[in-house]
Design a protein around this ligand. Structure first.
Ligand code: UDP
Length: 414
């Protein structure tokens, strides 16, 4: 396992985006936790929402005086093939779960757990990839409280995968789900619900001066910011349905002929399907000069695109939460998104964007056109969007709820 590099964060700086009471509450929680040693374990340092969350939460906790650590599993492609199949199976599709896959999963988990050199008071296992470590962690540190933080939508899983993961999850002391419905399928340990959040001070979300925005826009040439722009930012993953987004764009272009589409996508280190899907999407897009498939954009580039797009689309078929939705809303860009997973928590239909059924590209295209043709509506939705995210989906709120769970599992009085 290895520790990823982390940015600096200061809790004081969050006063610019949230109220003092929330920050004071965080300081009190951290003081009560005192010297508790906390470890987060996940399977990638970059790409995807979990890495995004940890990259902010860990340094903020450290600034609050906590001993917070993050280790990323070391694993081969074989392991990631298995865990991606597991991810797909938990979301309702995919190949059978074989004994060989289970053996690969357990071997890699045991090897990684064996590398843990220190003892912790709370170990947070993110998603199913490191869940197979629980037994080894329990043996090495019998006093530690083990929390499973599940970021995946478990409402319609393939049974074999659910059973496999539920068996492991039952060994945790506590589970955290992103929505209450996700935990219903698992007869596991006591559970909490915590909605994820974005970090308003991260390079991806912080406010930018005009000069920085212009420089970044120039780098995105031949994309034009003088013509209407629709964007989706997502890993290249079948669940994000980039082909559906292309279809929405094509239908919307019938009403808005100069419409452009940006499909922004990165490859997560633990997702072996990304490259193949990227190639398929790029091949389909190459015929249309107004479709831009952009990979490996720096965070500031993603920031500018979400900020300067007229409408953002999130056409997911399943979505644990979908940080990208709050990222766009925070930048006052309305979002047309599928009514799946965590997206309806973030989009208030007709207030800051529109919710559509995941297979209804026709309605989605209509909603996109409605927004593109109405500057005033976009501005109103954008203002609503900013406040909705400020109230519900910024880091201080999520962190407070997480620290409250730590207090609970350590039996400390808040
Ligand atoms: N992301 C990025 N560049 C990309 C694609 C995605 O930085 O090209 C980021 C995106 O901004 C968000 C995260 O990856 O912060 C994706 O999190 P989300 O919860 O939306 O989806 P997940 O990938 O975890 O399913």
């Amino acid at each position: 396992m290895h520790p990823p590099s982390l940015p600096d964060r200061s809790i004081e700086a969050y006063a610019a985006v949230t109220d003092d009471e929330r920050l004071e509450h965080l300081r009190e929680l951290a003081a009560t936790l005192g010297e508790a040693r906390i470890l987060h374990v996940n399977s990638t340092a970059t790409g995807g929402g979990v890495a995004e969350l940890l990259r902010s939460i860990v340094p903020v906790c450290r600034d609050l005086g906590l001993e917070d650590n993050w280790l990323v599993m070391d694993a081969s492609d074989d392991f990631f093939e298995v865990t991606k199949a597991m991810h797909n199976g938990l979301q309702g599709s995919g190949s059978p779960l074989t004994e060989e896959m289970k053996a690969t999963y357990h071997d890699v988990n045991e090897q990684n757990a064996a590398e843990l050199e220190r003892t912790y008071d709370v170990v947070v296992i993110h998603d199913p990839q490191p869940l197979g470590m629980i037994e080894s962690i329990r043996e090495a540190m019998p006093e530690a409280a083990i929390v499973w933080r599940c970021h995946i939508d478990l409402t319609d899983p393939v049974e074999a995968y659910l059973t496999f993961v539920a068996d492991a999850a039952r060994r945790a002391d506590h589970a955290i789900f992103s929505r209450a419905a996700y935990g219903e399928a698992i007869d596991g340990p006591p559970a909490s619900v915590i909605h994820p959040s974005i970090d308003p001070l991260a390079a991806k979300n912080r406010s930018l001066d005009e000069e920085a925005v212009t420089a970044e826009c120039d780098r995105l040439d031949p994309l034009s910011f003088d013509a209407p722009l629709l964007t989706q930012v997502s890993r290249f993953d079948p669940w994000k349905d980039q082909f559906g987004t292309l279809e929405i764009y094509r239908r919307a272009r019938e009403s808005i002929p100069d419409l452009q589409l940006a499909l922004v996508g990165g490859m997560a280190g633990d997702d072996p399907e990304g490259l193949e899907l990227y190639e398929q999407v790029a091949e389909e897009a190459v015929e249309d000069p107004n479709v831009h498939v952009l990979t490996d954009l720096p965070d500031q580039g993603v920031n500018v695109l979400q900020r300067r797009s007229d409408v953002v689309v999130q056409k997911s078929l399943r979505e644990g939460f979908g940080l990208v939705v709050s990222e766009a809303l925070w930048k006052r860009t309305p979002v047309v998104g599928s009514s799946v997973g965590g997206i309806p928590l973030q989009i208030e239909d007709g207030q800051n964007g529109y919710l559509v059924e995941p297979d209804d590209v026709s309605t989605a295209a209509g909603r996109v056109v409605t927004l593109l043709e109405d500057d005033e509506r976009r501005a109103t939705f954008g203002a609503n969007a900013r406040e909705h995210v400020r109230e519900h989906f910024l880091l201080p709120r999520q962190l407070a709820e997480l620290l409250e769970v730590f207090l609970e599992v350590l039996d400390l009085d808040p």
